[in-house]
Design a binder for this molecule. Sequence first.
Ligand code: EPU
Length: 425
Amino acid sequence: MMEEVIRIKGGKRLNGSVTVSGAKNATVALIPAVVLANGPVTLTGVPGIEDVDALSEILGLLKVSVVKKDETHLVFDPTNMENVDLDADVVTKLRASYYFMGALLGKYGKVRMKMPGGCYLGPRPIDLHIKGFEALGADVVYERGCYVIEAKELKGNHIFLDIASVGATINIMMAAVYAKGRTIIENAAKEPEIIDVATLLNKMGAHVRGAGTNVITIDGVNHLNGCFHEIIPDRIEAGTFVVMAACCSDKMEILNVIPKHIESLLLKLEESGVKMDIGVDRVTVYGNQVLKPIEVTTKPYPGFATDLQQPLTALLTQVNGVSRVSDTIYKERFKHCMELQRMGANIEVGDGCCEVHGPTKLYGSKVTATDLRCGASLVIAGLLAEGETEIHDVYHIDRGYDNIDGKLRDLGAMIERGEAEPIRG
Ligand code: EPU
């Protein structure tokens, strides 16, 4: 099979408006959560991304029906589902398949599944998820490439997370909704996606309180219904377009944004000199400014999102002076810097940090999206570069960005998909 690539002819200014899709990192938890219901669950605002297709495929294995009413509106019916072993390869395609651990354990008291996959950002252990399941009364073993998690009875417990992990918080919440008694998660993660999952669970009839703070309380219930839920906008996609607008546009309006969710980014960009109007559900960016260098350190929400440091780095190559980015969540999340260097960027990568010396001219090159947000960073660099950029391994980008090339074409970008030139040996 020929490899698909994205080609960008750089240098075009982007103008107009773009609408942000539903949040990937909420959606990838909301879809596994539907197995907890005993009736149909309707989700709207579902982004058109590969992770949704993979999770729908996993639901198919569990005999949960998935009906697409339109592009963003899906109905899931778990009424006739079966708790089969999840040992198919599709489970390893994405990280979020681990949410089936909490959801199936919560509903059936048993789950057997392969190790989840996802972007390589350095080691990504799931020890806190496992500890949480054990605290609720489950036994966890890893045998022949699969986790087997089983509990005679799940009982609420007081759980302290050593790290405020997004995945562990959501997974424990899902495992605890049917548990007997009260579960308290201390040092819970506070990301907006967690509130969205708790909202869905409560619409089903769960008793989850405190999502969005660092203490979440779950009182177990006996039954959960189907429900209707609209997914929150994707704050990382929104942030990616804001960064793009800051360096590649004269005026761009980003619609369907909750500005509070990207406040840390907006404040940093303001500090750098980007002019913006912040509305209730939109951000207008005036991109033609001379920017100052900034220092950014990623932190759990509401701190600066690790997922946005990679797109931001592409912008920093155009800033006058030396900017610094430290990632305290994923110390190895700097592979995009090597790719940006191929395009002419001057970046020194250190231990968990990088220093971007700007401004440097970028030149179109053949580069590789080593992970999802690296892909976004390279798209921005491609828009800025002189000549043509060819991005390989675009499946990483398609896992998490809904129609990124179509949205950019509508803004005036010269971006298209094609087949990679065969390598002549
Ligand atoms: N961690 C542990 N043990 C655990 C779980 C996490 O040590 O059991 C560590 C991680 O290694 C990391 C830190 O805790 O250093 C935070 O990880 P977290 O669990 O919060 O991350 P995640 O749930 O695996 C989600 C997003 C990521 C995003 C991070 C941080 C999903 C599916 N993924 O991952 O999104 O970077 O939170 O905000 O929600 C992306 O969208 O590109 C992406 C990678």
